[in-house]
Design a protein. Structure first.
Length: 394
């Protein structure tokens, strides 16, 4: 219900909280109960005040249910109050206010009545003040931001506090469903919203500690890695990511060794955790342990088999923070180079593994300024242990 108040559609709000579209519509609009093809009851839509957490000084729905059972059993008001831990006047007032003459005290009806009385319907200042609404509407039509409007109101009306409004109040008035302020600006009629972000509803925000985790097992953060992102003194640490093809239906994995900038491409017939695990095992499994010390990846779901990857390769998998590509700087730079070969909006499934290997070799044999004009291949080959020599026979 809070998401609906912010302007989200029923379907968008249902997706945000993780329920089906049908459940979201039932909660928002109510629904009929059928029996033998006939409507036998109607379940009303949820009220925002009914479902939100309320102060413990108010009677909860569970307490009203227990009160109804005790009242029906003939228990006295004082005894009910003692069992519920409430004042006798609270119980007496509850029975007097919310019971009906015909049906007596019904807990769910009583809770709805109490919720309706608790609601305080007040008009926003921008709704009550016509002049203020006109000024804000004019400035929004000129593509002013709510912060700019808020500062301007204080400068333009220094002696009229009733004409002041903070930027959050302007956002709330703008995002309110059916708001007269939500109209296109004259010079940008292609956008429904007068905001420069083009949003017509507030984006849902959720506290970090309450977000649903991406994986069942906790992720190992990049902050647990024993070196910072700018430390490249030790070889064998890799950065990885996917470059995505047209319509999110194809992908190619990219790996970059942090010290030498060596590139290895992963041929992925499918975009899932098992395919990525097999590709990483094929491309990194032939290296000595000192050259596969760790893998740093973004928070993509393709890394769902990260624990198996760690067990197979002996290299822990670290995850970057959200929207922090600089923590994988070498990999991001390499992905930009690879877009010369794999343009955006193309189907990446048409590139066979042999073609990926040719591109990989071309990049790795190219001299790099950051490597003092050495090639990644030359530096990486120098790190590989020499093959054992066969003793000469006399």
């Amino acid at each position: 219900m809070e998401l609906r108040e912010r302007g989200l559609s029923i379907d968008a709000a249902a997706r945000e909280v993780g329920v089906s579209r049908t459940a979201g519509r039932n909660w928002a609009n109510g629904y009929r109960i059928y029996r033998a093809g006939q409507v036998v009851a109607f379940v009303a839509a949820l009220d925002r005040l009914e479902v939100r957490e309320i102060s413990p000084r108010f009677l909860s729905e569970d307490e009203r249910i227990e009160l109804a059972d005790l009242n029906r059993a003939g228990v006295s008001v004082r005894e009910i109050a003692r069992r519920l831990g409430r004042a006798p006047s609270t119980i007496s007032r509850e029975l007097r206010r919310n019971a009906s003459l015909a049906k007596g005290y019904r807990p769910f009806d009583a809770h709805r009545r109490a919720t309706a009385r608790r609601a305080r319907h007040h008009r926003r200042r921008v709704e009550a003040n016509v002049e203020l609404r006109r000024v804000i509407g004019e400035l929004l039509s000129q593509r002013w931001s709510p912060q700019q409007i808020s500062r301007h109101l204080r400068q333009r009306f220094p002696d009229e506090p009733e004409m002041w409004l903070c930027h959050e109040s302007i956002y709330q008035a703008l995002y309110q469903p059916g708001s007269p302020l939500m109209r296109p600006s004259p010079l940008a009629p292609q956008h429904r919203s007068p905001l420069r972000t083009h949003r017509d509803h507030r984006r849902a925000q959720q506290r970090t500690d309450r977000r649903r985790p991406r994986f069942e097992q906790p992720m190992r953060s990049i902050h647990e890695r024993p070196f910072p992102p700018d430390d490249r003194t030790e070889a064998g640490h890799w950065e990885g990511d996917l470059i995505i093809g047209k319509d999110q239906r194809s992908a190619i994995g990219t790996l970059v060794e942090r010290q030498t900038r060596l590139v290895r491409l992963l041929h992925l017939p499918q975009r899932d955790g098992d395919t990525l695990h097999d590709a990483l095992r094929a491309r990194l499994g032939d290296l000595p342990p000192e050259l596969r010390r760790s893998i740093t990846w973004d928070q993509g779901t393709e890394m769902a088999r990260r624990l198996t990857i760690t067990e197979t390769l002996g290299a822990p998998v670290y995850f970057c923070d959200s929207r922090s590509p600089w923590q994988r700087g070498s990999n991001e730079n390499t992905n930009g180079l690879l877009r010369d070969y794999f343009p955006k909006g193309t189907d990446l499934r048409v590139h066979p593994a042999e073609h990926l290997l040719d591109i990989e070799n071309e990049l790795n044999n190219r001299p790099r300024r950051v490597l003092d004009d050495c090639s990644p291949t030359a530096l990486f080959d120098a790190l590989l242990p020499s093959p054992p020599h066969t003793a000469l026979q006399r």
